[in-house]
Design a protein around this ligand. Sequence first.
Ligand SMILES: Nc1ncnc2c1ncn2[C@@H]1O[C@H](COP(=O)(O)OP(=O)(O)OP(=O)(O)O)[C@@H](O)[C@H]1O
Ligand SMILES: [Mg+2]
Ligand SMILES: [Zn+2]
Length: 266
Amino acid sequence: MGLEALERITQQIKRNLQDSSQRNHENLQKLNERGQRQTSYKCDKCRDTGWILVPQENRQPLALSCECREIEKLKDEWTYSGINVEQSKHTFSNFEVWNQASCRIKDTAAAYCTNFDEIRNDRRNSILLCGQVGSGKTHCSIAIALNFLKQRIKVVYMPYRDVITKIKQNMIDQEYYSKVIAKYQTCEVLLIDDLFKGKINDSDINILFEIINYRYLNFLPIIVSSEFSIDRLLSFDEGVGSRVYEMAKDYVVEIEKDARNNYRLK
Ligand SMILES: Nc1ncnc2c1ncn2[C@@H]1O[C@H](COP(=O)(O)OP(=O)(O)OP(=O)(O)O)[C@@H](O)[C@H]1O
Ligand SMILES: [Mg+2]
Ligand SMILES: [Zn+2]
């Protein structure tokens, strides 16, 4: 064999060795990444599998759906309603205290979050932010909900007018009706945004009463925002209004109707 041929073969062997060492390096890196991933789970309870296995005597373990799946499903629902739970700007830290009204809203909402664990099973376990348009009622209601979702408290978002309209459009579908009503009746916490917005008739009141009365009877908390004063809320329907008021009595903020309290006009 000539010298030239020998040189070619030597170079080829070197290249092969380099390639395989590069492959080994990449494989090792992948393994490390996998190892790291395994030590930091989003959910430690199910290790991101979505299932919790409960050992059974003389039987296959029971597979229970993990709570984190429900939270993820719920977050998808929020996204569907136009609120990105992870990136929403409606947080407490983005809520400026710029006048007396914003100070009252923020303090009350923050106190509600702090005390929630203690009061959640009480008669007065809810919060009502009502009055002046643009004063930050929705902003703070969502801030409370985001806070709860972080603690895995399952808050369902109910944009009042959209939801009521959709329920009424599908009223003849009994199965749909019962399913939707049950969702708002039984969820852990319900956020009703913009209560009594738009034209109201008897069927709006009936739907709302079914939801509110169930939550009232079962001591299930509500977070309510509405542009109306307490008196107006009571005048629409005393049955609904007085239940909401009683549930939220310890955390009611009524913002005086005054354009100076409208952040949008600031
Ligand atoms: N104190 C505040 N600091 C920062 N942003 C605020 C504040 N108050 C209101 N905003 C912002 O102003 C806009 C209007 O607020 P929001 O929607 O919460 O008002 P609202 O009281 O719910 O009004 P409406 O009665 O029309 O529903 C939002 O974009 C909100 O983020
Ligand atoms: Mg609002
Ligand atoms: Zn889980």
